[in-house]
Design a protein around this ligand. Structure first.
Ligand code: HEM
Length: 753
């Protein structure tokens, strides 16, 4: 995979920001809220709206029917220097209602008051039924041309560049829930192709809980908070979820993925994405193949530890959203390769004995390699969350010519569900005309009227055939890039409410997943099941799920049963002989560290000699250095981003100790619980806590000069992944090398093989 140039860009962004903002305290790390620094006094000289920040993008300015307008993006939201009504009349006061005298009642005639309050009263729209919590970004997709042989989709032709908008999400939580909960993540991509929009509405887990869409309300009702108390929020660790998945055993495959580290990603940037279903690709001649879509992150697949996920849920519930936007702002653009597994389109629709229409099954990459077909780069954050991330509407049925659906019964139900839910969520049938949803292809449909109609349709004949509008619009032939429904033969069969026998195996691939994990990943899975089932109230539900685990693997079952204090059941199905798939493990490889957060503890009273150089070197390596000191402001002219009181280890991917700061004046237990951490007379207790936590979460730690004393007092000197040296630069080089493996896995000795 080609690497980006984050270090140069990070440097460029920093220097540009320093120059633009001219404020030594804020510019060098991402996250400034506006495009210009605020003044201390309220500004009073009228001027136009400020431009968006450099890294912010917005939907193309298109007409509701897809034509380019050339209108600058900034002009769409607001313009002019003066406050106006929604109809453009200038206002001189928006701070006082119109009253009968300063102490009198408010007058009904105050149309400005009524307009302002009425609009405010209607600002909310229903959140998504599922995937309500999300973050989105703009970018581009460039095709390698390697899919040209199997599809006529124009955007997959070599070198073709297509604008995209991606929305990442959790499934279960409400819009304001925490990012780091254990859950599946959505990975939905809108490709604005010139042959019509293609939505790849994917997840970070390649299988799904159910085989038939008719079960979707059941699984979601089971996963959502209990209907009586409406708890717990955004998690599966409760009775109704485990009640359902232990009875509806086809859910067991998806569930073990959720219980693995895939359920708690480190970042959206370190997630794989999967189209889950098998799709059908069609070439120019009408020949077809079956494929599964995969997104492969440039940074590899990495996860949080469970303790980190829980701590971050409290400390920074917006962790993934912030990470995505900070990385883009820092120029460390997130990248993925899109790949396909290709299978012959046979009448059986199976491959290596696996039913390709069963969305609870994968095809191991060792059997069908993922072939890269293009690269996605996210390079702009949204200008307005509501307009873009909230109003975007994905749909599995948004398909360009060359990509078609299959008879997967889950996919078939989705083809109905998305438009249906969006009718309610977006308040009417015209949501494709909302700026973020506007296609980049000519639109000439015969859909008319409805709430919020933005198009001004000319003509008198929105029907076919017609002669009054000269016959327009005309059906397109194959040569005019028409979408063709592939004429797949449907076998003669009676109408039934039933699944094929090939959908009956609910355990062999769960076992395949388990056996493909490294020992440390297995430990995490055991702990996750033990935690989640431990949170259930009813014993029978735990026992029933243990029975499912007995059908997966005796060690897994026994370890979880021990944690729950329950007997170990015997399997009720024969344990399958499976061939592990190393591609499923996320341990054992090395990846770039773009956009990683490096905390640098400094002692304002100590030797700061190397700090400037190390900070710059961290930037140059494409990462973001955050200085941690006893107090805010600056240390030796460098801006402090975290204090001992505000910083916490979970924010950092690695910690560097440039000194051994003595307890600061606010290190008193009564002021800050963290200050009560085991301390010493010579080192601030919060610095010791930071090091202890970083160590426990298997992060790389580096120290030089007096910093070594902190390691000594924390009792971690000489342990794996703890680097010491005489000079900061030398320590950073080794820290960077170790960070490539993401964590110091040796610090988690496993008890299972
Ligand atoms: C392979 C299985 C599935 C995958 C990968 C998947 C993926 C997604 C994703 C990524 C989103 C969020 C889209 C966004 O960011 O706006 C979403 C939303 C949604 N999904 Fe699914 N989903 C699956 C199955 C289903 C099924 C079976 C149904 C119903 C029959 C369903 C109904 C919905 C609904 C109603 C939404 C909310 C859409 C909106 O309000 O705009 N999904 N799904």
């Amino acid at each position: 995979m080609e690497s980006s140039k984050p270090s140069q860009i990070v440097k460029g962004v920093v220097e540009a920001a320093v120059e633009k903002v001219g404020d030594a305290l804020t510019p060098d790390v991402p996250g400034a809220p506006g495009s210009a620094p605020p003044s201390l006094e309220e500004p009073t000289t009228p001027h136009g709206p400020l431009p968006p920040k450099d890294e912010q993008g917005a939907p193309d300015t298109r007409t509701p029917t897809g034509a380019e307008t050339g209108v600058p993006k900034i002009a769409k939201g607001q313009q002019g220097a003066y406050l106006t009504t929604a109809n453009g009349a200038r206002l001189r006061d928006t701070d006082h209602s119109l009253k009968a005298g300063p102490r009198g009642p408010v007058l009904l005639q105050d149309h400005h008051l009524r307009e302002k309050i009425t609009h405010f009263d209607h600002e909310r729209i229903p959140e998504r039924v599922v995937h309500a919590r999300g973050a989105g970004a703009h970018g581009t997709f460039v095709a390698y041309g390697t899919a040209e042989e199997v599809t006529r989709a124009g955007f997959l032709k070599k070198g073709r560049e297509t604008p995209v908008f991606v929305r990442f999400s959790t499934v279960l939580g409400s819009r304001g829930s925490a990012d780091t909960v254990r859950d599946t993540r959505g990975f939905a991509t809108k490709f604005y192709t010139d042959e019509g929009t293609f939505d790849l509405v994917a997840n970070n887990i390649p299988v799904f809980f159910i085989q038939d869409a008719i079960k979707f309300p059941d699984v979601i009702h089971a996963g959502k908070p209990h209907p009586d108390r409406e708890i717990p929020q955004a998690q599966s660790a409760h009775d109704t979820f485990w009640d359902f998945v232990s009875l509806h055993t086809e859910a067991q495959h998806h569930t073990i993925w959720n219980m693995s580290d895939r359920g708690i990603p480190r970042s959206y940037r370190t997630m794989e994405g999967f189209g889950v279903h098998t799709f059908r690709l069609v070439d120019e001649a009408g020949a077809t193949v079956l494929v599964k879509f995969h997104w492969k992150p440039k940074l590899g697949v990495h996860s949080l530890t469970w303790e980190e996920a829980q701590m971050i849920g409290g400390m920074d519930p917006d962790y993934h959203r912030r990470d995505l936007y900070d990385a883009i702002e820092a120029g460390a653009y997130p990248e993925w390769e899109l790949g396909i597994q290709v299978f012959p389109d046979t009448p059986e629709e199976t491959f290596a004995g696996i039913d390709l229409l069963d969305p609870t099954k994968i095809v191991p990459e060792e059997l069908a390699p993922v072939q890269p077909i293009g690269k996605l780069t996210l390079n702009k954050t949204p200008t307005n969350y509501f307009a873009e991330v909230e109003q975007v509407a994905f749909h599995v049925g948004h398909l360009p010519p060359g990509i078609d659906v299959t008879n997967d019964p889950l996919m078939q139900g989705r083809l109905f569900s998305y438009v249906d839910t969006q009718l309610t969520r977006l308040g009417g049938p015209n949501f494709t005309q909302i700026p973020i949803n506007r296609p980049h292809a000519d639109v000439n449909d015969m859909l008319r009227d409805g709430f919020h109609q933005h198009a001004v349709h000319a003509g008198v004949a929105p029907y076919r055939p017609n002669s009054l509008d000269g016959g327009n619009p005309f059906p397109a032939g194959d040569r005019e890039h028409a979408f063709v429904d592939t004429p797949v033969t449907v076998a003669e069969a009676p109408k039934v409410r039933a699944s094929p026998a090939s959908f009956d195996d609910h355990y062999s691939q769960v076992r395949l997943f388990w056996q493909s994990m490294s020992p440390v990943e297995k430990e995490h899975i055991i702990r996750a099941y033990t935690f989640e089932l431990g949170k259930c109230y009813h014993q029978v539900i735990k026992e029933r799920q243990l029975q499912c685990l007995a059908n997966v693997d005796p060690v897994l079952c026994e370890q979880v049963a021990t944690g729950l204090g329950l007997p170990v059941p015997q399997p009720t199905v024969p344990l399958a002989e499976v061939q592990p798939s190393p591609a499923l493990s996320q341990v054992g490889r090395e990846w770039p560290a773009d956009g990683r957060m490096v905390g640098i503890v400094v002692d304002a009273q100590g030797d700061l000699g190397d700090v400037h150089e190390v900070r710059r070197a961290v930037f140059d390596a494409g990462m973001v250095p955050l200085l941690i000191a006893a107090h805010g402001g600056t240390v030796d002219g460098l801006p402090v981003q975290r204090t001992f009181a505000t910083g916490r280890s979970v924010e950092f991917d690695a910690v560097l100790l440039a000194g051994a700061p003595a307890p600061a004046p606010d290190a008193v237990p009564a002021r800050d619980a963290k200050a009560g951490a085991p301390g010493s007379a010579t080192v601030d207790p919060r610095v010791l806590l930071l090091v202890e936590e970083a160590w426990r979460h298997a992060k790389v730690i580096g120290a030089w000069g007096a910093g070594a004393e902190v390691l000594h007092q924390a009792g971690v000197t000489g342990t794996p992944g703890v680097v010491t040296g005489a000079a900061g630069a030398e320590v950073l080089t080794e820290v960077q090398r170790l960070m490539a493996a993401h964590r110091v896995w040796e610090r988690f000795p496993a008890s299972v093989a």
